[in-house]
Design a protein around this ligand. Sequence first.
Ligand code: NIG
Ligand code: FE
Length: 382
Amino acid sequence: MTTTLIDGIGLLYTGDPEREEIEDAALVLDDDVVAWVGPSSQAPDADERVDVEGRAVIPGFVDSHAHLVFAGDRTAEFQARMSGEPYTGGGIRTTVAATRRAGDAELAARTLGLVNEMLAQGTTTVEIKSGYGLTVADERRSLRIAARLTDETTFLGAHVVPADMDADSYVRLVAGEMLEACAPYAKWVDVFCERGAFDGDQTREILGAGLKAGLGVRVHANQLGEGPGVRIACELGAASADHCTHLTPDDVDALASSDTVATLLPGAEFSTRSPYPDARRLIDAGATVALATDCNPGSSFTSSMAFCVALAVREMRMTPLEAVRAATYGGARALRRTDVGSLRPGARADVVVLDAPSYVHLAYRPGVPLVHQVFHDGLLLE
Ligand code: NIG
Ligand code: FE
């Protein structure tokens, strides 16, 4: 066992609700767990010492919503959108066709490339969804690839109805044979509950089957318009309702009075030129909010949690503290994890050292690569 003292921390954001910020702080890592957190003046001895020279430290980002298993490119769709075309989700089928054509090695390498891109930017926990296969074999393959890279795998066979099937037969397939083939590789089940994708009844049927198969529930809800997604998520005890862009007062109440986290994905609003969700209204009502990238080739092709923090502060009236909390502790809540998203004794040693005196710089210096060092599972990445 090797203990490492990270000393000289100008400002530590711990992600621990009991004691969120500590100035002039230090941390001790014991292999892959956090052993001690506190003021530098009281730090215990350790085998090794790293001096971060006044920099800020935060827990590794927890990106609780990402679609990383895909092939192909949708640059043209993005260009068309920036010339005024609306986003409808119709482009999902373009990515499905490219993903089905890709070989296993290509698909695995692309997914790993994105996970590494995230890690270099301070994301030490990522959720990865299927959803660009939409056949039993292709969904299962996507999840097998994802499961080699993260514990947080999500079966999203219900992303859209594939072009060659009718909706009823596809829902039956997803809730039956496809779920059975995918469940061994998935922790969660998700449905894109939206006009043009899956309606409330179809969503309930698929999520209910997922629950029976032992999976936890998360829902793509209320992204493009109001609908039943958020209410279904709260009723079923989903870990998160994701997007939450178009909410009625009842939706806000349901989120505020449940354990379902409202996961906001401002990269999607940025890249689809849509109005942002009202984070202020959710936080003021008492809902738990997470921020995630939604990294995918269509609606949000960013892997940067720092960018999402900056958007949340500038565009969604979140304070810098609320945004960094949502990107770490909030993401962990959305994945029902207590071992990540915070730096407290017993937590996983996922630590990001910022080239900045404060986490506020994530929003104050948007677009600037501020990650100085990343410790993942206690190992310093070079
Ligand atoms: O979360 N909304 C559905 N799924 C993705 C978009 C997928 C795509 O456009 O390829 C999302 O935004
Ligand atoms: Fe998504």
